[in-house]
Structures are given as structure tokens and as C-alpha cells.
Design a protein around this ligand. Structure first.
Ligand code: SF4
Length: 326
């Protein structure tokens, strides 16, 4: 019996960015699908498809910030960070976010909706820039939009289209445990960054309140298990906050978890938002925290933030636009 297609040609012409090339082939045939697919990703398509509208809202020598308006009028942001031979696209996966990190404006306004695979993919395509890294680090928690996030990666990697290399893709997540396990089993060797931000359950509950249902040890072990299975170094991001997660006992716990493991610890400086309850430690205290970890043999980097002048914490810009349009 002939297999019925889930999609029709109208679906394809209406929004082709939601499909892999194989899905399009099943509807319009191999040769036509290949021509269409390559025109979507390799050149500017002649036909006008239903795309998001793009506004450039900030540009300096190294960073460009864009706000995309979606078909329902909601806004998301995408950042392009220039490198010598191209750049990194930092893309969003949700409008708003349910995770509620205390340092983040997206968390403050809550979750609105998941982005579709097409809306995720188009953030990279519509930049019209040479992108050689994609980081899922914009607005939203990618693993809470798991299926659409994975589908978007398959579309971006499709060899008939953008053919983006898997090891150029990074997902940054707070580490919901079941989704981490699922990601471990995917045949996708993407880079994993865990927003850990604490060495105790109590501190993590304070910094990422809506993740309190997950045991911090399970999050760490889930990520270490991913590193082992895919033979990939996992990055743990740790935003240093004075009096909350910068104690000697925190150093000891980090060393206990990560000593001898395929891990890099990325210490981050707090970039002030409207939350006045938290502040960053003094520069010397941050340097001392880093030194103690390094002395114990951990690989550590510390990024000093330049973001405050452009409101670089995820979601801050798009939130401004969402308020305007509400
Ligand atoms: S930092 Fe990321 S995970 Fe946390 S609330 Fe903001 S968007 Fe969500």
C-alpha cells in the first residue's frame, strides 16, 4: 500500500525552513527538493517564503544584536559575535523562559511559548552572515523545547542545505535530568555547556529556583556521563555571586566533582540586571577563587563581562521589545 505523506506541497511552500530535505523529497520528489533546499540555504531564495521579520537593534565592532519579530508579534533576540573568519550565532529556543534564574530578565517575565524548528533555523539563515559556530544560549531553555531543538539541529546539519558541522554547535542548558539522559543517547556529538552556578543544592535553588526539583548531583553526573559517552569536554558555567557560591567549601565541592574529569569550569562575572539583591565578588576574590581551583588541577577560564552596556544577558533586549508590543 502506498504510504501517505504527512505533508502537502502547500506546507512546503508555506514554510520550508521547518523541514529536512528528506521530508521535502517525500512530498515533491528528489530532484525538485534538492534544488529548493539548496536555494534556501546556499543563496538568497528568489521566492518569498513566510519568514520572520528582522530588526537590527545593536551593532558594534564585535557584537551585533538582532530582534526577530515572529508571526504572532512576539519577539526573540539573536546575537552575532564576529570572529576573524566568520562568527558565532547565539540563538533563542523559546519566547521567555520558565527557569527563572535570578540574574536573568527572561526568567522574570516567565515562559510564553516554544519556538518552532523553523523559527530556530531562520535565526541563523536570516543573519545572512558567515556563521561558523552556533550556540543555543539565547532566550529560553533549549532542553525544555527538546523535540523542536533537536529537529532544528537536524535541519541545520542537513548536507543538502546548510551542512553545518555538529561539533560547531553548542547547547547551553541548566540540565533537566531526563532530557540530559535523552541527549546522551542521540547520535549528535554537540558541545554541552551546563549552567551550574552552584556547588550546593541550597545555593542552586536560590540562583535557579525553578530547577529545585533536580538534585544538583544528578545534573553533574548526567553531564559527566555525556562527556564520557561522546568523548567531549563538558563546560560548566559558574556565575560568581558574592556570599552565595564563592566560599572555600564551594571550591572543595567543585574539586570533588571535577578533579581528573574531562571538564572545563567557566567562571563568569555577574552583569547587573534589575535584581539588586545579588552582586559580584570583588575582582581579587574572583581571581583567588579561580586560583584555588587551578591549584587543585582543574581547567578554569574566567570571562570578564563586557555586556552591561548592551544589556547582553539573555533575553534582556527581546523583553524590551515584547513590552513595547504588548
Ligand atoms: S539564564 Fe537562560 S535558563 Fe536562566 S532564566 Fe534566563 S533564559 Fe532561562
Amino acid at each position: 500500500m502506498k504510504k501517505l505523506n504527512k505533508y502537502t506541497p502547500i506546507d512546503i511552500w508555506d514554510d520550508p525552513y521547518r523541514f529536512t530535505c528528506k521530508e521535502i523529497m517525500e512530498v515533491i520528489g528528489e530532484s525538485e527538493a534538492k534544488v529548493l533546499y539548496s536555494s534556501l540555504y546556499k543563496h538568497s531564495p528568489k521566492k518569498k517564503y513566510r519568514t520572520m521579520s528582522l530588526k537590527t537593534v545593536y551593532k558594534d565592532c564585535d557584537t551585533e544584536k538582532y530582534v526577530f519579530e515572529l508571526s504572532d508579534g512576539k519577539c526573540i533576540e539573536t546575537v552575532f559575535i564576529k570572529r576573524r573568519d566568520g562568527g558565532t550565532a547565539c540563538v533563542s529556543t523559546q519566547v521567555g523562559c520558565s527557569v527563572g534564574c535570578i540574574f536573568c530578565e527572561s526568567g522574570r517575565n516567565g515562559f510564553v511559548r516554544n519556538l518552532t524548528p523553523s523559527e530556530i533555523v531562520q535565526q541563523v539563515v536570516l543573519l545572512r552572515r558567515k556563521v561558523n559556530r552556533i550556540v543555543f544560549m539565547g532566550m529560553g531553555e533549549p532542553l525544555f523545547n527538546y523535540d523542536n531543538f533537536i529537529k532544528a539541529i537536524h535541519i541545520l546539519r542537513d548536507r543538502n542545505g546548510m551542512n553545518f558541522p555538529t561539533d560547531g554547535i553548542t547547547v547551553s542548558t541548566v540540565g533537566p535530568v531526563e532530557q540530559l539522559k535523552k541527549l546522551r543517547e542521540e547520535h549528535l556529538k554537540i558541545q554541552l555547556t551546563i549552567s551550574l552556578h552552584a556547588a550546593t543544592q541550597a545555593a542552586r535553588n536560590r540562583i535557579i529556583p525553578n530547577m529545585h526539583i533536580y538534585d544538583i548531583n544528578d545534573v553533574v553526573n548526567g553531564a559527566l556521563s555525556y562527556a564520557e559517552r561522546h568523548n567531549r569536554k563538558v563546560v560548566f558555567a559558574y556565575l560568581l555571586l558574592q556570599g552565595i557560591n564563592d566560599k572555600p567549601s564551594d571550591v572543595r565541592q567543585l574539586v570533588k566533582w571535577f578533579g581528573g574529569k574531562n571538564v572545563m569550569l567557566n567562571l563568569l562575572e555577574y552583569n547587573p540586571t534589575s535584581n539588586t539583591q545579588i552582586k559580584k565578588p570583588a575582582k581579587q576574590e574572583m581571581a583567588a577563587f579561580k586560583q584555588q581551583l587551578e591549584r587543585a588541577g582543574l581547567e578554569v577560564t574566567m570571562r570578564i563581562s563586557h555586556g552591561s552596556k548592551i544589556k547582553a544577558a539573555c533575553g534582556q533586549l527581546a523583553n524590551k521589545y515584547n513590552k513595547i508590543i504588548e
